[in-house]
Ligand binder design. Structure first.
Ligand SMILES: [Zn+2]
Length: 66
């Protein structure tokens, strides 16, 4: 559980979660990583189509981690 998620470009990565899945995004370089709580399908889904991620955030299904 490290709160400081720093991207390889040294910028902060912003975390989002829906309670089960957690995703960290770097808005600087577009890199992201997911922790799917054992749900490999979720990770595969967003790896194949990162736009799904943006959609989930826009729809507030994924909420920013405070
Ligand atoms: Zn980055």
């Amino acid at each position: 559980m490290d709160e400081d998620n720093i991207c390889s470009c040294k910028k902060k990565m912003y975390g989002y979660t829906d309670g089960t899945h957690t995703v960290y995004i770097c808005y600087k370089c577009g890199r992201y990583s997911g922790q799917a709580g054992g749900d490999a399908l979720f990770v595969e889904l967003i790896m194949n189509d990162p736009l799904i991620l943006m959609h989930l955030i826009a729809e507030k299904l994924l909420k920013p981690i405070k």
